[in-house]
Design a protein around this ligand. Sequence first.
Ligand SMILES: [Zn+2]
Ligand SMILES: [Zn+2]
Length: 446
Amino acid sequence: MRLCVFPVAALLAAALPLAAQSTATTADLASTVARQLPSLTETYKHLHRNPELSRQEEKTSAYVAAELRKLGYTVTEHVGKYDDGAQAYGVVAELENGPGPRLLIRTDMDALPVEEKTGVDYASTVKTTNAQGQQVGVMHACGHDLHMTVLLGTAREMAERKSQWHGTLMLVGQPSEEIILGARAMMADRLYERFGRPDMVLAEHDTNDVPAGSIALKDGPLMAGANTITVVIRGIGGHGSAPQAGKDPIVLAAEFVLVAQTIVSRQIDPQQPAVLTVGTIHGGTKNNIIPDEVTLGMTLRTYSAAVRDQILADISRTAKGLAEAYGVPANLMPTVTLGESTPATINDPALNGRLRASASAALGKDHVLEASAVMGSEDVGRFSLDGKIPAVLYWLGASDPGKLAESRTTGVPLPSMHSALFAPVYTPAITAGVTAMSAMALDLLK
Ligand SMILES: [Zn+2]
Ligand SMILES: [Zn+2]
């Protein structure tokens, strides 16, 4: 599929020979990005065919690093330290171009344990062993291959246009976004102390909710903060025929799941978005045995730290209160453990306004849409140091415009991110992605 937006910018430039520098630059971008498209398509298909799971991005990061080195960037690999001390596969590529601001552009690099079912000729057939020792299919089902491709295309535009900007470009290949540990690992490895603190942070994420060829931006909250919670409900096991002799943690866990659903619906201000989902529940070994404990895995999504803290307290109180009501002994009260977390993604309004203007000049206003906030999460917010550094994440359109329109009419959703059927319409997505990101970077560093 070809994108039909560029003639608008080209026409504008032709009709207005005295047009601003940015218009001339964006008209020129259309042709240079088009020239890059064949090699970027190869890059995209190569990355798509060779996905690697979170924490395992060895070949992917080496590929990204090698491509950036070829373009003249100073590249450092293996940036990042996980909490368990393991080294991460983070990549930092810098291009210094005189005095000026430092702009960080981030791509994620990891894939998912999903067996691809798209049927495309560049589909992944990769299988690997996950952290639990299971054999799983691996797929770029979240489009991080598209993000890397767009970053590499933008890297080339910026390297070939050094006369049009000044400052320092800091490109970051981040591992382990899917397990929200990668940004944290890179920051723990003293990213800004070693390479310099950026003045601005920019990132994108693809989505089927925006047509390929367009992007969507939004001020303020875009993606929720996430917390992983493990609740262990304990009881006293025994024979399934004699419940009176024990304390059944299965019944208690079942009640906890239902009461926990009233935390958001009955105890939190309806104006405050929040989602609490129990994603796993494990307990017991045999039909006629009451087990000693049941383990529940939960995810919490919120936009406000106060709401998050209130819900976490409500979870603990609910679990303990129910256990007491069931007569569970004091030494067997439930335990609530917090796992990984990530802050909400909050877009800086001033930076967002500037990006919207440069993207509109490059893609045409009709291809720069207003984004909606979602309850999904990202860890890119860590690079903003809790909002101290202006940061924006925007959506990169990935769907066939006709199919998206049809899906909105019928109400049948398109395959979403993380689906085995997720297949971005890559030609217009890469073209719009590189054009928009290059126009934004040129404007921010002009
Ligand atoms: Zn994902
Ligand atoms: Zn993703």
